[in-house]
Ligand binder design. Structure first.
Ligand code: ADP
Ligand code: GN1
Ligand code: MG
Length: 368
């Protein structure tokens, strides 16, 4: 039996799924963890191996996830919602802990599958995108009073765009696989925006942008939609919930959802920022989170969009140069294509900069 298959069997036996389970299928389109769908006795489960490349301290990560999900469940219940559908719930393995370590050292955890939901890879309609905006805005409000100092930093410097650019420079200098020659123009594009990389961090240092408990990975496919009503139900992928900037949660959603192409679209003529979708998301996100945000945060939202897009491009390109060890790929050159779509979107944002700023200005309380 191949090692991976044997490990999966070992892991499946470590959990109580209501009946003996010997097989599970790969599931979803996340770039980081290894995700499987498990058919249990009366219900389904999500089983995941936590990425050892991304997360160096899985026990601390799981402590965050358990504490956050339990906190969210209490808040949702208090507000009259259904915590079983409104948040993830960790399923403890037979060892009574919150994760299981296989004999090769892999760390695994399970969640109840949130039934009756859809997970989208693109904003197929404006309503769908708005629903995700309300969900991430609400998520931030639900965690407004969460004791931030008790959260572990699961990936240090996660949205430190300056250090992300430094990593890119290091990867270019090392050029371990001789790939830098294929992407000179992309590298130049990113280096030309070195000053921009410091904008949000500087505003945070100066006290203009406050640290809040944020999700930090607010892609559309990290929220589950009710398949009947289309409303967003459950924010998932909580591995990077840490103190961060609200503009980054806004920005990462714009990066992924305010366009009509896949993140790895090779034909850049198809990759365009949709300014109308930018406005749709702005209105929806602020409908839920707006009351909690300062005027300065609202004014900086376009910077959140531009920086999250630039930073993600920088990270994809760095991974391409280093041999695709961080983001899962299913074809050669995929991380380079991903980096290029991000550059194209950054360029579009710069071209529409005045419009984006005028849009957010409309949503500053008292200006509607
Ligand atoms: P990654 O960090 O690799 O992105 P995610 O935690 O986002 O991993 O999970 C990958 C995919 O699995 C999600 O995009 C979603 O489709 C699906 N998924 C994860 N957890 C659940 C759940 N509890 N119920 C239903 N689907 C889920
Ligand atoms: C990863 O885990 P996933 O696929 O939801 C990544 C994000 C990137 C995103 C790009 C922990 O998100 O930071 O923005 O890919 N997550 C981590 O699609 O690095
Ligand atoms: Mg995900």
């Amino acid at each position: 039996m191949a090692q991976a298959e044997q490990t999966l069997k070992e892991v499946l036996a470590a959990f109580d799924f209501g009946k003996p389970v010997t097989d599970a299928v790969r599931f979803g389109e996340g770039h980081i963890n290894d995700t499987f769908l498990v058919d249990g006795d009366a219900q389904r489960f999500i089983l995941q191996r936590v990425s050892p490349v991304a997360f160096k301290e899985p026990d601390k990560l799981m402590e965050n996830v358990v504490n956050i999900t339990e906190y969210l469940a209490r808040e949702i219940q208090r507000q009259g919602g259904d915590p079983r559908r409104g948040t993830l719930e960790v399923v403890r393995p037979r060892n009574g802990r919150v994760s299981f370590t296989d004999s090769c050292g892999g760390v695994w955890r399970a969640f109840y599958f949130v039934e009756g939901t859809m997970c989208y890879q693109a904003a197929e309609t404006a309503e769908l995108f708005a629903a995700s905006g309300r969900a991430f805005g609400r998520f931030q409000c639900l965690l407004r009073d969460y004791p931030a100092e008790t959260l572990h930093e699961t990936i240090p410097h996660f949205h430190d765009t300056v250090s992300r650019l430094q990593n890119l420079k290091n990867a270019v200098a090392a050029d371990a696989l001789g790939r830098a020659k294929d992407c000179r123009a992309d590298i130049e594009f990113m280096l030309a925006r070195e000053k921009d990389c410091a904008v949000a961090l500087q505003a945070q240092k100066e006290g203009v942008l406050p640290l809040r408990v944020t999700h930090n990975d607010t892609k559309l496919n990290n929220v589950l939609m009710d398949e009947k009503t289309g409303e967003a139900l459950c924010v998932i992928d909580l591995d990077t919930v840490m103190p961060g900037l609200a503009i980054n949660d806004f920005g990462d959603s714009i990066r992924f959802g305010a366009n009509h192409s896949a993140e790895d679209e090779p034909d850049l003529s198809k990759v365009n920022l949709d300014v109308d979708l930018f406005e749709v998301y702005t209105a929806a996100f602020l409908e839920e989170a707006g009351k909690a945000l300062t005027e300065a945060e609202i004014r900086y939202l376009p910077w959140g969009a531009k920086l999250m897009t630039l930073e993600c491009g920088i990270r994809f390109l760095t991974d391409y140069l280093e041999g695709d060890s961080y983001f899962h790929i299913n074809r050669p050159g995929q991380n380079l294509d991903r980096a290029r779509t991000q550059c194209k979107l950054v360029k579009d944002m710069e071209e529409h900069w005045g419009e984006l700023n005028a849009i957010v200005e409309k949503y500053i309380p008292g200006k509607e």
